[in-house]
Write a protein of this length. Structure first.
Length: 256
């Protein structure tokens, strides 16, 4: 109890500038911890949803059925589902337009999925910038409060004829509190930021790999459909003799 009351007394006797610095650092620490917990559960959920969707996608389920299932979750689309929806919509639009040029189709689908991925990446990266700011600036803000507090402590000693360390110790002690608060705010923010950046990089790499898988599957579907149409076209002259020139010539010779 004595330790807590001493800290409170240090805060109460601090100058207005030091108090403002303490309030800023305490607020930054509270916000950073709230963002840390929010981002932790959000990225964990994103990774879990990505695992589930990749498992379904690689199981060979029909893409149209998979798209219908995704559209039933419009209010809670995961990152990989949003990328899949954008790619599938572009693929169907190209099919409807009669585009059969595979390089052109691949390029259009890549652009569509890339735009969707950039939107999802913005959501994944949200609030990380705040952690970076807190981690990089909090020690300096605390140091500013410490320097200001020490300046005020030595200024108070200027009016004393005989200065002793016992007179200066309380002022220096309260001036060091902002530095401690700055470190308390910065260290968790830096650790969490580095951890989240690593997790985010892993998720983005997985989205890039999924785009390639999705484009490969669309390309395979297009090639199979084109091959089937070509085989049907080549079989048409052999299934009917009404339009065969040799057959017509033979009939004319008989009539003569």
């Amino acid at each position: 109890m004595t330790y807590d009351s001493t800290l409170i007394s240090y805060f109460l006797h601090a100058s207005i500038v030091v108090k403002c610095v303490m309030f800023i650092l305490i607020g930054a620490s509270i916000l950073s911890w709230s963002y840390i917990f929010q981002r932790f559960f959000y990225l964990k959920k994103a990774a879990r949803q990505m695992n589930q969707f990749e498992k379904i996608f690689r199981s060979g389920e029909a893409l149209n059925q998979l798209y219908l299932n995704v559209q039933q979750q419009l209010t809670d689309l995961s990152s990989i589902q949003a990328v899949f929806s954008a790619g599938y919509q572009e693929f169907k639009a190209l099919q409807k337009a009669g585009v059969k040029n595979i390089p052109l189709m691949v390029e259009n689908i890549k652009r569509a999925t890339r735009v969707a991925q950039m939107r999802e990446q913005d959501q994944l990266e949200s609030r990380l910038h705040f952690l970076a700011i807190v981690g990089s600036t909090s020690p300096y803000i605390g140091l500013f409060g410490t320097v200001w507090g020490i300046m005020q402590a030595f200024r108070a000693l200027a009016n004393v004829s005989q200065a002793i360390i016992a007179m200066d110790a309380p002022g220096i002690a309260e001036a060091l509190i902002p530095t401690g608060l700055g470190l308390f705010a910065a260290i968790p923010a830096v650790i969490a930021y580095n951890r989240f950046v690593t997790d985010l990089t892993r998720l983005i790499n997985r989205l890039d790999a999924f785009q390639e898988e999705l484009i490969n599957r669309f390309t395979r579907i297009t090639i199979e459909a084109s091959s089937k149409n070509d085989s049907d076209t080549t079989q048409l002259p052999f299934t009917s003799t009404s339009n065969n020139p040799d057959h017509l010539i033979h009939q004319t010779m008989i009539q003569e």
